[in-house]
Write a protein that binds this ligand. Structure first.
Ligand code: CTP
Ligand code: MG
Length: 544
């Protein structure tokens, strides 16, 4: 059964990571998967940027004829790829083969004019399709861009054969799809169009969970505005006895430069950026940022600058996520577990973040015997002579996945899941910090409740925000869930009657066991919604 679920996941993983292949057969997938997921991070990002640069986002009317729409587009050039999705109406992402096709389409696009409203004449690649034949319509297949609700997920999990299959089912349901990644890169490219109006050499790169292989449908879009190329493009060559220099404003620090630039870009996004709403400047944060919603894409975006190290840590996570299938599977399961119990949250606060939780999973996998994944120092030694230094911080590690020897560990996901919960349920957080560079506990250098060393800025704690009570909630939940999972293994015959395995640790009754001292046999299910769901499961089983 494990094989069956793996094949299914592999199949989807191709569509997620690989780019052009949207539908492939299972046999093809196994071959393509190795080929595709072994791609270097840089090559994959380059490919995604290229697709985005050739794409437009079109807001469509409620009813229209898809064939005629495609014919209309093909007047401007060959379409390489397209798909539809819903977000405040139907939208289409259309990728052309050549950039000239976009110029041609834009040349044929008119500026809107209303009787009582004026428009800001900023021409972007976000267009509105007008159709005068409402009756001439075909049904449009819209692709889902958000994760299934938790109760639907639990139902699906209960139909799996074992915990391994449950974990891979969750991964399959939650991971970003190829189309969603395309949409994210397109938004990044639209924001770049705003930034390059001032700074023609600027680039905008997605980072964080959009690209690190741990992104869940609906996660935020982290964007990095990179202005470093501006310095690089001027040679400053001497001609005769003269050299020339740009006359530029001087400000007290690099931080002030970042704040000023982000401030102006945020004004542009707010005033000119079609579809961008709720723009907030959060410029006094440790890492200044601009937060906004890209409504047509249905994405919340965080735009930062001067954050190159985060791009590097995204690549590191990508390496770990694509090194061994179990890494992503385990991280997704634990992210979901933490989210349903309010251990992590979409709102910033004293909670453990997804990024911290991912580091905890990586550390745990490094501590297995034999280890599931290598330490960061081992990845560094595999990089050979290629050094990567950012602001004096050594960010060197191997970027070619093929150079990393395969794991000697063959433990199954259910064992790893259960042991993760036990490991952190008993971890000495008072004395020890987590260090993925060494793959060893380190003495905590300060009194933060949870100390996770930033792998590149080694004096920083990734989880500095976490307070005592949040850490205690995490520990209590880990213990309770480990116990529930163990019980499940011992009473596998009761599966038909209740949510079991992974589904059981997602139920609210698990977190209700917090701090009760002794572990009683679980009483009923607290939530009516989940109760109803389980009833429906029993009925479905009877009907089979
Ligand atoms: N980051 C970091 N140190 C932190 C927080 C974040 O280096 N204390 C970097 C990481 O590279 C992280 C990225 O910033 O991946 C984006 O942060 P965030 O959006 O909080 O995390 P994601 O990994 O994107 O996860 P999520 O799906 O929750 O957005
Ligand atoms: Mg993020």
């Amino acid at each position: 059964m494990k094989m069956c679920s793996l094949t299914r996941v592999t199949n989807r993983a191709v569509s997620t990571l690989g780019g052009n292949k949207l539908k492939v057969s299972a046999e093809e997938a196994t071959v393509a998967d190795q080929e595709v997921t072994r791609k270097s991070f840089t090559d994959l990002q380059r490919e995604r940027h290229k697709q985005a640069n050739l794409s437009v986002l079109i807001s469509c009317p409620p009813y229209f004829n898809e064939n005629k729409f495609m014919k209309y587009l093909s007047q401007h050039g060959k379409v390489a790829n397209h798909f539809f999705y819903e977000s405040y109406g139907t939208h289409a992402v259309v990728e052309f083969v050549e950039r000239e096709s976009i110029d041609s389409l834009r040349a044929a696009t008119r500026v809107p004019h209303g009787d009582d409203e004026c428009v800001v004449p900023f021409k972007s690649r976000l267009l509105t399709l007008k159709s005068d034949r409402a009756l001439d319509r075909t049904s449009i297949q819209c692709l889902r861009q958000s994760a299934v609700p938790i109760n639907e997920l639990i139902q699906k999990l209960c139909k799996a054969q074992d915990i391994n299959e449950q974990v891979y089912t969750l991964l399959d349901e939650y991971q970003l799809t190829d189309e969603n990644i395309r949409l994210r890169f397109l938004v990044s490219s639209l924001i770049k169009d705003v930034a390059t109006a001032y700074f023609p050499e600027a680039t905008v790169d997605p980072f964080g969970s959009t690209v690190n292989s741990f992104g869940k449908l609906g996660c935020d879009l982290d964007l990095f505005l990179d202005l470093d190329n501006i310095g690089k493009s001027s040679t400053g060559k001497a001609a005769g006895s003269f050299t020339s220099e740009y006359l530029m404003k001087h400000v007290p620090s690099g931080r002030v430069v970042t704040q000023r630039i982000l401030s102006v870009i945020s004004e542009c996004i707010d005033n000119f950026g079609p579809g961008c709403t709720g723009v907030q400047k959060i410029l006094n944060a440790r890492c200044p940022l601009v937060r906004f919603t890209h409504q047509p894409a249905g994405l919340q975006c965080d735009l930062t600058s001067d954050n190159r190290i985060a791009l590097r840590s995204s690549e590191l996570l990508y390496i770990y996520g694509n090194y061994d299938n179990r890494v992503r599977a385990l991280v997704f399961a634990l992210r979901c577990w933490a989210r349903v119990h309010g251990i992590t949250s979409a709102i910033p606060g004293a909670w453990i973040t997804n990024f911290s939780l991912t580091m905890m999973v990586l550390f745990f996998l490094q501590k297995r015997n034999p280890p599931v994944i290598p330490t960061l120092d081992q990845l560094k030694s595999l990089a050979g002579k290629d050094k990567f230094i950012v602001d004096g911080n050594d960010c060197t590690f191997v970027s070619d996945l093929n150079k990393i020897p395969p794991s000697k560990n063959s433990e199954s996901i259910d064992v790893l899941l259960c042991d993760f919960l036990e490991f952190y349920g008993n971890f000495d957080f008072i004395k020890n910090g987590i260090n993925i560079r060494k793959g060893k506990e380190q003495n905590k250098p300060d009194s933060s409740p949870l100390y996770i060393q930033n792998p590149f800025e080694q004096t920083l704690n990734v989880s500095r925000n976490v307070n005592h009570s949040q850490l205690e909630r995490f520990i209590a939940l880990a213990r309770e869930s480990a116990w529930v999972l163990q019980e499940q293994r011992n009473h596998s015959s009761e599966r038909d009657k209740q949510a079991w395995g992974l589904a059981a640790v997602f139920l609210p009754s698990v977190s209700q066991g917090f701090g009760k001292g002794k572990r009683k046999k679980r009483k009923g299910f607290a939530s009516e919604r989940i109760k109803g769901l389980l009833e429906s499961l029993k009925n479905t089983d009877k009907a089979r």
